[in-house]
Write a protein that binds this ligand. Structure first.
Ligand code: HEM
Length: 209
């Protein structure tokens, strides 16, 4: 039988553009990553806004704002600490770290509000943010590092142990939590995927700002 996380993945894959992923179905609007000319300043904005999104997710599951979120404490996918270390490194290199900007602030506020009122929608974003970072996020990180960081691999792109095993255990937890949902709640979760793309893409675009 198809597990719920397979449904979540199928919906997400279709929302990729054809140049982002093989299973993508959308036409691209932004230039493909291979042609990007990122700047360190733009990339720093992206890292700062990513950090407030991960801070928000991680504080929501740590405080288990809803009982089902407790399962997602300490999954090993957390990124907040790693991003702090990376920003510290940029500071030591002489860069000034920007304040969070609108895309990150708006997404964090939205996540906080969903977490309180709408667990299936919140879990959709939780899944998409962490899994996107493990796939497309790493592709972005590699390309940007090649172009502007002399191939330095940031902590943001390093996980302790096997990433595929960490992802697999989160898939099991997602299946477990969603097994308590009605078909309507499951559909509602799947329908939220598109918003997750819109908010995340606004943050990714900061790299080119
Ligand atoms: C998976 C690329 C943005 C959500 C993937 C995969 C690639 C990819 C290559 C792996 C496909 C496979 O398993 O064969 C990209 C690129 C992006 C991008 C290049 C942007 C430049 C996003 C965004 C989201 C997202 C904005 C949602 C917020 C996902 C999810 C998966 C995925 C949920 C499935 C991961 C898994 O099953 O392990 N992406 N993606 N991606 N992406 Fe993206």
């Amino acid at each position: 039988m198809k597990e719920f996380v397979d449904e979540m993945r199928a919906v997400a894959m279709k929302l990729h553009t054809k140049d982002q992923a093989r299973e993508g179905e959308k036409e691209s609007v932004d230039p493909p990553i291979a042609t990007w000319n990122p700047s360190v300043d733009g990339y720093l904005k992206f890292l700062v806004d990513s950090k407030i999104v991960f801070d928000t997710l991680e504080s929501i599951v740590t405080t288990a704002l809803h009982p089902s979120y407790g399962e997602f404490k300490n999954t090993g996918l957390e990124r907040s600490e790693q991003l702090s270390k990376d920003l510290e490194w940029f500071k030591e290199e002489g860069y000034s770290i920007p304040e969070p900007s609108k895309p990150g602030i708006v997404y964090s506020g939205y996540l906080q509000q969903l977490a309180e009122n709408d667990p299936p929608a919140f879990i959709c974003h939780f899944y998409n943010i962490y899994f996107a970072h493990s796939a497309g996020g790493r592709i972005i990180g590699r390309k940007v590092a090649e172009k502007i960081l002399n191939k330095k691999q940031l902590e943001f792109y390093k996980w302790e142990g096997s990433l595929s095993q960490l992802l697999q255990s989160v898939r099991i937890k997602l299946n477990h939590v969603s097994s308590g949902w009605s078909r309507e709640e499951k559909n509602h979760c799947l329908e939220e995927t598109e918003k997750s793309f819109v908010y995340s893409e606004d943050i990714i675009r900061l790299i080119l700002s």
